[in-house]
Every structure is written in structure tokens, then in C-alpha cells.
Write a protein that binds this ligand. Structure first.
Ligand SMILES: Nc1nc2c(ncn2[C@@H]2O[C@H](COP(=O)(O)OP(=O)(O)OP(=O)(O)O)[C@@H](O)[C@H]2O)c(=O)[nH]1
Ligand SMILES: Nc1nc2c(ncn2[C@@H]2O[C@H](COP(=O)(O)OP(=O)(O)OP(=O)(O)O)[C@@H](O)[C@H]2O)c(=O)[nH]1
Ligand SMILES: [Mg+2]
Ligand SMILES: [Mg+2]
Lengths: 279, 292
């Protein structure tokens, strides 16, 4: 509806409002509106519909600036995927989905229950392991998460596992001790699985507003992130905050969660995402 | 922060001589941006700024010696007024047990908050009973049972093969026969657009007639907060809000949005992962937080 009719001042205001309502944030919204304003002027565009294409292209360009969004699983070596993020974002569930995905591709998968803090965290992951028919390395509640990761790496190497999926405890980015714990997990992997291909993924709930920017920044300082996973896109939230994040960090969105079931995981399609912002 | 920005704007404007209404409008744009950056809903921010303008013009901010300070004062007062009074009181049913139904989106903090509220009640000498009515999420029942064990609070469960409505009914019967004065029912997270699951909540409500229906909201929610709150409120008539994860660094504008759209009091705030991480809601602290 924003993109039908003539290009006028109202249009740019409506566009800014629509972007803000999609959690794109004030700065990124103004940036995008500015790009469109300049294009409209330069190409003498009179119809809003013509700018729709430009908008999608511009957002897609912003989202793919950091490189293509694929989780790389290299053949003939150990691949370690660490999922991190704030409390309740969907890390454990996403690992369950990934376990099924890679097992379905004939890969040998192992899970590591490195959330040793939250009530029934290991049990929750164990259920997902069972569903995928894979093993799960766990220790008792309160154990050092880095120790679980260390054990899991030893097991993965000994068993010639293709994909090791590491679940971590939810943590708020302003908790320095928890960020330090995360850095330690990162070091354990770097020091004990140097030959492995490692992905460190930040799981973001699509419903989060501008705090997502702070999450990406501070988690990125604790561990070198390789990508983002955006969950709960089956809800009414648009997840627009990722635009600002990708713009700032260059981190690509690799996958999206669109539900609570095993099959509800898809590769990220920037063009579809851009279009959906205005639904 | 906003106070500094407004001081600077008005300082520049004052240099031009008398302030006009247009100058006030320009300054209020800064207030709107601050609110949007704090995740206050777009429409709530718009209405709020219109209200501030009314007061600014009505109180002749233009004639003030310190217009920036005066606008900040008005904004702060209006925010506090909008967010409602400090409220840690749960309503009590005339016919015990008082039933409290915990609802909200996936991962918002319902299970943890159920246990926190139960512990808070126990600390007040009450005898709460927790009910595990999430039969969908893997190990959800176990999670509540572990929290129950940690706090010495009984957890009623019928496993995950019995409907949440039936679990709620039997939990109520259990609470009545064991003399529990509070029954806190933990439910599965759900999207407000999932008709079937929203109907499940109305069915639970019809079955056990809760005195409190608490919408658990993650403080870092963005613009979608209004959609979620409006839908839950329309379907169930929410009686209170629990705002979680306020120990994070989010500005928490969702608090304003949810309050503005439902009119429900924010009864508790989650300020940590541990079970003692529960506080009453302080509107003045929330106001300064939202304004950065
Ligand atoms: N609708 C929807 N729900 C999801 C999605 N991903 C996860 N969830 C739900 O979100 C809730 C939290 O998921 P978890 O996997 O426990 O999240 P987590 O990040 O591991 O949580 P913590 O370990 O406590 O920090 C659960 O109810 C999941 O079913 C998704 O893509 N869509
Ligand atoms: N830091 C912090 N974490 C919290 C707070 N409240 C809950 N959490 C954490 O948030 C995550 C999700 O909490 P849950 O209680 O499992 O959320 P839920 O709403 O029951 O989730 P679903 O049942 O899947 O919908 C867990 O890691 C909790 O420990 C809080 O106030 N502060
Ligand atoms: Mg988890
Ligand atoms: Mg729960």
C-alpha cells in the first residue's frame, strides 16, 4: 500500500514510518529513505511502484554486504557450530532443527549440552538429540561449560563426527562474567580443534527491537561471530533490526526459524525478507 | 541523552529570540526519535509527543528561561503517569485459591517468572501451587519441576499427554483440596496469531476462572509489542504484565507500548535469571531508562 500511487513527500514519510514499524530503527530507515529520494530524483521516477524494485534491491544489497549467507559444512573434516545469544532467543530449538537437517543429509552429528546452568536445559537438548537419532555430550548441572565443550571436541574427533553442534546458555550481553565465559568457550574450540571449520552464530529473536544492535556488538566482542540466525519469523515481528546489524558488522544472516517444529528452518533469502518488511 | 539533546536544541533556539510553536515542534521531534530508538511503539510515541506538545504550549514553555529543562520535566512526568503506579500486588480471589494464569510469546520468561512469583508468595507466608500446563516444549514440565524443587514449591503435573485445559482443571481441584491459596499455571509460549493456541487459553480461562491473567513480556521487544499485547488482551482480558529481562541493557520502550495499548498495570519485573530476580515495577526508574 505504501508503494502504490505517485511519488510525493507523503510517500517518503510513509516509507520512513513503515520501516520504523518493522524495527529497522531510525538511522537505518532515514538512510534507506534518503537512497530512494536520491534515486527518484536522479531517474525522474514518478510512480511509487517503480521505487518498490529499488527498495528491495537496496535492502538486499545492505543484507548481502557481508558475503553470502550459507552455513558452510566442509567435507572430510570436523565442523563445529556454536550457537549463542540472549535468553529465550531459540538456540536450543535451532540446534534441534540443525541436527535433523544435517543427519538427513547423511552427516554424522553430535550435540554438546554446554548450557549447564538453566533448569532442564540438558534434558531439553537431549530430547532433540533423541528426535534426530544423535548423541549428546552432557555433564551435571553446574559443570563448567568449557569442560563440556572440551569433552565434546574430544568425542567428535575420536568418533570422526562431521558436525558438532554446541548449545550454550542464554546470556544478556551486558553481563561481563557471562561474556567472558563465552570467550573462554571460543578459546577452548580454537585451541583444541584448530583443524576444524568453525562457525560462531548469534541467534536473534525477530521480535527484538534496537537492542539487537547492542547484542551483535557485544557478543561480537566476546567471540568472533561468523553469522546470524533470525528466529520466530513465523510471528508478526519483521526482524528489521538485522538491517542495522548487517550494515554495521557485515555479519550475514545465514538461516531463519519459522516455527517450533524440526522442519521449521530455512536458508535466509534477502529479497523475500525485504519484501516481507512491508506486508 | 535526551535531556542534553533538548538543552542543546533550546539553547540554539533561544539565540534567535522568542520561541515559536514551530520551535517547540522541532524540539519534540527529538523526543519522538528518543522514544523510537528506545523501542516505544511508533503510534504510542506519536500520541505521546502530541500530548507533550499540548502541555508545552499550554504551560508556555516558549516564555520559560529554561525551556529545555521544562520540556524534559514534562516528558518525565507524562512517562511516569502513563506507566502507572508502582504495583506489586496480585489480586486475591474471594474464593481461594487465587488462580494466576501466565501467558505470552515463546521464550518471554513465563516458566521462570511462574517460579519466581511462587517463591515471592511463599516468602509472604502463602502456600502456592505451580501447575505445568506446557505439554509441547521438550522438557518444559521438567523445567518447572526442577524450579519447584529448588524453591520447595509443589508442582502439579499430569505429564504431556493430557490437555492443558484438563491439567488446569485438575490442578485447581488439587489446590482446593490441599488448601493452597494460590495456583500459578505455566502455559506454553504461543504466537498471538495462532488461533488454535489462543483458543486453548480461552478454554483454560473458562475452565478455571483466573483472578489474574499475567502477560509475560520480554523487555527487549520492539515495534511488535503492541500487536502482541493488543491480541492477548482482546482475547483474554489481561489483568497484569510481567516485564522480564530488565537486567539487560535494553531501553525497554515495550513497557510503554504494552501499557498504553492494554491499560494493564505492570505488576512485576524480572531482573535476573535466578529465582530471587523479581522486583515490583518502578515507573520512575522505567521512565529514566526509556529516555536514556
Ligand atoms: N514460533 C517460533 N518459536 C520458536 C522458534 N524458535 C524457537 N522457538 C520457541 O522459542 C522458545 C525458546 O526456545 P529455546 O530453544 O528454548 O531458546 P533458547 O535460546 O535455547 O533459550 P535459553 O537457553 O533459555 O536461553 C521455545 O518455546 C521454542 O519452541 C521459531 O522459529 N518460531
Ligand atoms: N537475565 C534474565 N533472564 C531471564 C529472566 N526471565 C527469564 N529469563 C531467562 O529467559 C529464558 C527463557 O525463560 P523461560 O522461563 O524458559 O521462558 P518461557 O516463556 O517459559 O519460554 P517458553 O515456554 O518456551 O515460551 C531462560 O534462559 C530464563 O532463564 C530475567 O528476568 N532475566
Ligand atoms: Mg537453550
Ligand atoms: Mg516455558
Amino acid at each position: 500500500a505504501v508503494f502504490s500511487g505517485a511519488v510525493d513527500d507523503d510517500f517518503f514519510e510513509e516509507l520512513e514510518d513503515a520501516l520504523i514499524c518493522a524495527d529497522v530503527g531510525v538511522n537505518s530507515s532515514l538512510q534507506l529513505v534518503d537512497v530512494l529520494r536520491k534515486r527518484a530524483k536522479k531517474d525522474h521516477i514518478k510512480e511509487r511502484q517503480e521505487l518498490w524494485q529499488v527498495m528491495q534491491e537496496e535492502i538486499t544489497a545492505m543484507l548481502t554486504a557481508g558475503g553470502d549467507g550459507e552455513i558452510v559444512i566442509e567435507p572430510d573434516k570436523l565442523n563445529i557450530l556454536v550457537l549463542t545469544g540472549v535468553n529465550g532467543a531459540g538456540k536450543t530449538t535451532t540446534i534441534g532443527k540443525l541436527a535433523a537437517l544435517y543427519t538427513g543429509q547423511g552427516k554424522k552429528v553430535l550435540l554438546a549440552a554446554a548450557d549447564t546452568f538453566r533448569a532442564a536445559a540438558a534434558e531439553q537438548l537431549a530430547t532433540w538429540a533423541e528426535r534426530a537419532g544423535v548423541s549428546c555430550i552432557r555433564q551435571e548441572e553446574g559443570a563448567d561449560p568449557a569442560a563440556v565443550v572440551y569433552d565434546a571436541i574430544q568425542a567428535a574427533q575420536a568418533r570422526h563426527v562431521d558436525v558438532l553442534l554446541v548449545d550454550t546458555a542464554g546470556r544478556l550481553q551486558n553481563k561481563t562474567n557471562l561474556m567472558n565465559e563465552l570467550s573462554k568457550i571460543g578459546r577452548v574450540i580454537d585451541n583444541n580443534a584448530a583443524e576444524a571449520h568453525t562457525e560462531k552464530l548469534l541467534v536473534l529473536d525477530a521480535g527484538i527491537g534496537q537492542n539487537a544492535i547492542s547484542q551483535a556488538r557485544l557478543f561480537g566482542e566476546a567471540v568472533e561471530l561468523t553469522g546470524l540466525i533470525l528466529t520466530k519469523l513465523d510471528g508478526t515481528a519483521k526482524g528489521g533490526a538485522v538491517i542495522g546489524i548487517v550494515n554495521e558488522s557485515g555479519l550475514p544472516v545465514k538461516m531463519i526459524g519459522v516455527g517450533e517444529k524440526t522442519e521449521d528452518l530455512r536458508p535466509f533469502q534477502p529479497a523475500d525478507f525485504a519484501a516481507a518488511l512491508f506486508n | 541523552n535526551l535531556a542534553d539533546k533538548l538543552q542543546n536544541i533550546f539553547a540554539k533556539l533561544k539565540g534567535k529570540g522568542r520561541l515559536s510553536e514551530a520551535d517547540v515542534t522541532a524540539a519534540l521531534r527529538e523526543v519522538r526519535v528518543a522514544l523510537l530508538e528506545a523501542d516505544v511503539s511508533y503510534k504510542v510515541a506519536k500520541d505521546f509527543v502530541a500530548r507533550i506538545k499540548e502541555r508545552a504550549v499550554g504551560e508556555d514553555v516558549m516564555k520559560s528561561l529554561t525551556p529545555g529543562q521544562q520540556v524534559v520535566k514534562i516528558v518525565n512526568e507524562e512517562l511516569i503517569a502513563l506507566m502507572g503506579p508502582e504495583q506489586a500486588k496480585l489480586k486475591v480471589s474471594s474464593k481461594p485459591p487465587t488462580v494466576v494464569l501466565m501467558v505470552g510469546l515463546q521464550g518471554s520468561g513465563k516458566t521462570t517468572s511462574s517460579a519466581k512469583i511462587a517463591l515471592y508468595l511463599k516468602g509472604q507466608g502463602k502456600r502456592p501451587l505451580l501447575a505445568a500446563a506446557d505439554i509441547y516444549r521438550p522438557a518444559a514440565i521438567k523445567q518447572l519441576q526442577v524450579l519447584g524443587e529448588k524453591t520447595g514449591i509443589p508442582v502439579f503435573s499430569l505429564g504431556d499427554q493430557v490437555s492443558p485445559v484438563e491439567i488446569s482443571k485438575q490442578a485447581l481441584a488439587e489446590a482446593q483440596s490441599h488448601g493452597n491459596d494460590y495456583l500459578i499455571i505455566d502455559t506454553a509460549g504461543r504466537l498471538q496469531i495462532n488461533e488454535e493456541l489462543m483458543n486453548e487459553l480461552s478454554d483454560i480461562r473458562a475452565a478455571v476462572n483466573p483472578t489474574e491473567i499475567l502477560l509475560v513480556v520480554d523487555a527487549m521487544l520492539g515495534q511488535d509489542a503492541v500487536n502482541v499485547a493488543a491480541a492477548f488482551h482482546e482475547k483474554l482480558t489481561v489483568s497484569g504484565i510481567v516485564l522480564t529481562k530488565l537486567d539487560g541493557d535494553t531501553r525497554g520502550g515495550a513497557a510503554l507500548s504494552v501499557k498504553a495499548v492494554t491499560g494493564c498495570p505492570i505488576k512485576f519485573t524480572g531482573i535476573g535469571e535466578k529465582l530471587d530476580g523479581l522486583e515490583p515495577f518502578y515507573p520512575d526508574r522505567m521512565a529514566s531508562r526509556i529516555l536514556g
